[in-house]
Design a protein around this ligand. Structure first.
Ligand code: ADP
Ligand code: MG
Ligand code: ZN
Length: 627
């Protein structure tokens, strides 16, 4: 320990003494704060005025009660910004007016009240800091009994994990993921009464992996476990482990576990564990040393503590498939809990949780909102209610009504509303395009119900046709897939039939992408083509995420060209169908387009009524009431 003392002193005293002189230098001149400003050259007042006139000045900082200015301006010779110091004439209010008029960034810095007192204080602060610093260093080295290495520990000084002594979140605040909650109820008991398990010789699990898409409440769930058990919550994100410098991540892992052990029983939450836990040696461009070291350290730490230390590690990911198998071995993250997007009942529960602190009009039915939002995650629903509340406040209403909810759904799904186009040829074309989608959706029995058609732009889209998806689309039939492909081609088909081949637009790009994707999956994944019931490709994984290279499709060139042919056949067939529907319904399409241009939006019910005057509109099986 004596040794370490000497090292510390040798290192610190010269540095501090030099610091002393620097400090003194900074405090002594009469200019005060100005000296901290790095304006090296002077500019005379006349040139300054000239620069203002030419619009070269970007900002002016006034010091010493307006006697001195630090001016930032573009240097005409060098064509870059520079800073100058300008002595100003006493009392020049015209200057301020001039600066204001030229819209120049202006700031004043008050002169120091009493230079002498500050000077003395400045002189005193330094010795105090010196003594305090030495005291601190001494305490550190004596507490830890460490060698000189302690003073140089980078990872330690930049700990990135957060600790919450009390999360304040309970299971009541988490809704819609009942199974996951029940599974994790047990973890709460582990943390609260470990004796119950150790008494009968049960090994308490160390790690639980929460698997699910973003926004489904994984973080919230982990916090709720800590909250229910009343233990501290340590959290870090996987991406924060991975740094430029080799070894920093590993040392962060070490720190995290050290702190956690000091605070046991507690819960460690590692978000986005796939950022560190990816299969080692996978990915393009060779392994990443830093990441592997971090992962190894994590594995070592997890093995290093006995099951009954009262630390439970919960990790979250949406890519369990890319995780290193060593992470999933018994004794590590051997429990996996799926946290999926909520179903109708779940959405009702989540909406109820988030409606607690909102003012809803009495007419609002939570169930109706839940019905309108299949596929929404917990985070989407929370966001939806918040958007609705913001709209309500903006419209100066007392409580949230269904109108705000509907607007908020549109906004969450499709982005911000834009301004409608003025009547023009392109507006007409967009109207035909959208009506094309909607008419296919209306006359095909297997297509989702049209909810509304609108020409009000939103996000990237110029016009939109909304469909009410059937609740919980678990299994999709071949007929439904084909209807969807036909519907997606409806926009382009309308453009072609009405405006002709050469007038079709780029607007269908997104539709075509969807079409090709669906058709290809029908052939290669779902065995819905003449190639027969073969799975030729697994889900298209991104190569960059590691492990992607191995599940590439393995088929011959010949099969590849047959796949292409089948895809083309499906698309062509649906395209012909879509064009036929356009021709057969030309009269009603023209009428609907006129109405749409006039009104901007037609809702699904009215749309169907109009179409029914001309042709048969099939009843749809999964009719979900449109709100
Ligand atoms: P994840 O970690 O899975 O990406 P979060 O836990 O960060 O998702 O969820 C973000 C927010 O969404 C939460 O803070 C909460 O307000 C809301 N939320 C998500 N899922 C639920 C749920 N199941 N119940 C209640 N609120 C939820
Ligand atoms: Mg999260
Ligand atoms: Zn389209």
């Amino acid at each position: 320990m004596k040794f370490s003392w000497r090292i510390l002193l040798l290192w610190t005293i010269p540095a501090l003494v030099i610091g002393f002189f620097l400090w003194q230098g900074a405090f002594s001149p009469a200019v005060g704060d100005l000296s901290q400003n790095t304006a090296s050259t002077r500019m005379n007042y006349g040139r300054f005025l000239d620069y203002i006139e030419k619009g070269r000045v970007t900002s002016v900082d006034l010091y010493d009660g307006g006697q001195t200015a630090i001016v930032e301006a573009t240097d005409p010779d060098l064509n870059k910004t520079n800073r100058w110091r300008v002595d100003l004439p006493a009392n020049s209010p015209e200057l301020i007016t001039k600066l204001r008029e030229a819209d120049i960034d202006l700031d004043t810095h008050p002169a120091r009240q009493d230079g002498a007192i500050w000077g003395i204080l400045g002189n005193l602060i330094f010795p105090i800091l010196l003594i305090g610093g030495l005291f601190f260093l001494f305490r550190r080295s004596s507490n830890m009994g460490g060698g000189p290495g302690q003073a140089m520990n980078f990872g330690k000084s930049r700990a990135r994990f957060q600790m919450e002594a009390k999360t304040g979140i309970l299971f009541d605040d988490v809704a819609g993921i009942q199974e996951a909650k029940e599974e994790l109820q047990e973890v709460v008991t582990f943390l609260k009464q470990p004796e119950r398990f150790t008494a009968v010789g049960a090994r308490i699990p160390k790690g639980v992996l929460l698997v699910g898409p973003p926004g489904t409440g994984k973080t919230l769930l982990a916090k709720a476990i800590a909250g229910e058990a009343g233990v501290p919550f340590f959290s870090i994100s996987g991406s924060e482990f991975v740094e430029m410098f080799v070894g920093v991540g590993a040392s962060r892992v070490r720190d995290l576990f050290k702190k956690a052990k000091e605070n046991a029983p507690c819960l460690i939450f590692i978000d986005e564990i796939d950022a560190v836990g990816r299969q080692r040696g996978a990915g393009i461009g060779g392994g990443n040393d830093e990441r592997e070291q971090t992962l190894n350290q994590l594995l070592t730490e997890m093995d290093g503590f006995e099951g009954n230390t009262g630390i439970i590690i919960i990790a979250a990911t949406n890519r369990p498939d890319v995780l290193d198998s060593a992470l999933l071995r018994p004794g590590r993250f051997d429990r996996q809990v799926i946290v999926d997007a909520p179903d109708l009942k779940g959405r009702i529960g989540i909406l109820e949780v988030h409606a607690r602190n909102k003012k809803l009009a009495s007419e609002i039915s939570i169930e109706a909102i839940a019905r309108r939002t299949p596929g929404f995650t917990g985070a989407d629903l929370a966001n939806l209610l918040n958007e609705a509340a913001i709209l309500t406040a903006r419209r100066r209403k007392e409580a949230i009504t269904m109108l705000e909810i509907n607007d908020a759904v549109d906004r969450v799904v499709a982005g911000m509303e834009g301004t409608p186009l003025v009547d023009s040829k392109s507006k007409r074309l967009i109207a035909y395009h959208e009506v094309g989608h909607a008419i296919v959706g209306t006359v095909l029995k297997d297509h989702d119900q049209v909810q509304k058609v609108t020409l009000i732009p939103r996000g990237q889209a110029q016009g939109l046709t909304w469909f009410t998806p059937s609740e919980e689309q678990g299994l999709i039939t071949r007929a439904q897939l084909k209807a969807r492909i036909t519907g997606a081609l409806g926009g382009r088909a309308a453009e072609e039939e009405i405006f002709g081949h050469s007038e079709v637009t780029t607007g269908a790009g997104g539709d075509l992408q969807q079409v090709t994707g669906m058709a290809r999956q029908m052939v290669t994944r779902f065995g819905m083509s003449d190639l027969g019931p073969l799975s030729l490709e697994s889900q298209q994984g991104e190569v960059f995420l590691g492990g992607g290279l191995t599940n590439r499709a393995e088929y011959s060139e010949e099969v590849a060209s047959r796949i292409d042919e089948q895809v083309r056949r499906i698309v062509e067939h649906c395209h012909d169908d879509a064009k036929r529907i356009m021709r057969e319904n030309r009269v009603v399409i023209d009428r609907l387009v006129d109405l749409l241009i006039e009104r901007e939006t037609i809702d699904g019910e009215e749309f169907r009524q109009i179409v029914a005057e001309y042709t048969h509109v099939p009843e749809k099986e999964q009719y979900v009431p449109v709100l």
